[in-house]
Design a protein. Sequence first.
Lengths: 374, 102
Amino acid sequence: MVSRPLDIQCILPPHIQKQIAENGTDAQRSRVLQTIQLTDQLQAARQAMGGIPSGGTPAAAAAVKQRIVYSADNATNLPGRVLRQEGGPPTGDPAADEAYEGAGATYDLYWEIYQRNSVDGLGLRLDSTVHYDKNYENAFWNGQQMVYGDGDEDLPPDQRIFNRFTIAIDVIGHELTHGVTQYTGNLDYANQPGALNESFSDVFGSLVKQYKLGQAAQDADWIIGQGLFTPNVKGVGIRSMKAPGTAYDDPVLGKDPQPATMQGYVTTTDDNGGVHINSGIPNHAFYLTAIEIGGFAWIKTGKIWYVTLRDKIKSTSNFQDVANLTYATAGELFGVNSLEQQAVSKGWAGVGITMTQAEKPGCLPGLQKMLMGR
Amino acid sequence: MKIQLERSGGFTGIPLRSSIDTDLLDPEESKALEAMVASAGFFDLPASFLSPKTGVDRFNYKLTVADKARSHTIEFNEANAPESLSPLIKKMTLLGRSAPKG
């Protein structure tokens, strides 16, 4: 037991660490070693408590969802006319009720699993507008709310391609997660940071669906937007995290353009630098990691990705950065060289990205190694 | 007059392309389209309306109009599309939706 806990916490610069390791007396080396082990225990205890929700909201405070669903009545003025408020009964309008339920399911994943109170961590009200514009084959997050179109309901049935965009719960989770990203890592919406922004939305969109269905990683379909296509389309969904590039191959729509690995990275000026295309690569890294770890993907893999997004991602982070950061997070959450950390390394290797900080363990393990003469 | 619309982005990322040669249309349709281009003041619009904060999961557009004298392309995001272009975008989108997208 150390009499004067000296919480190193990586404050000691490397040259001082080296000095103690090389020149310290046995007693000095021993004291520092004990302090490291005590710090390790404290860190492990903190992590076991689930971490502190962002925004400073005390974990003990009641977190309550607040949802409102509006209709734009096929125009483009937002938010529109109120259809349903929190606690209100189903409206019978499928788009409105799906938007309501999906926002609730997304809120539940973030609060129950990650202790995040809504999009901003402070209980932000979840506003959704349905019936946006006419024949609108899209959904988006506008910085403040979700907006959903009705798809192709104006076309003759045999020509229809898209159903309403609330029909797939992962679309709702995807859009809300754009809000979470806005309040956390705030990845730029272009090129690699943009593809990562898209990927985090697909990842947590998929986890909302898997959590709702209680599916283990190996049982989930890992398809984004299943149900959006009508039976007229040759495809299973909009994107596949399990097999990017295979979600659809249709005479009218063309073929799913997503790459699964860095070899297939698409350089383009369309789509803000292909943010919906190259997201296939980090999506696939998440899938591979989740399958390697096994069990429910939201528990460990989702936690690694969430903590990374919340605490470490910057607006300009690229794929290599996020590979390194998720690897580091896995080490902090589950231990250096843990199976979980190794799974993250494998996941990124599977898409052609190797860690560039694998040889530099965290400050404490590094010092520990040095003092124990390893 | 040749008009070409390219749409990218959006939640699905599935592109849409449509092009039309007004010389190949019947006179009424041809006039209507050319009028849309004129009332938008198309050839005087700046080349880019894109901004760093353009909408997440919203559509990006590239619209090109070429007549015998000149050709002009403008790029914009759905979030900041010039209002005056709305009828032309709607018309070209309708055309593109019923055509192969590949």
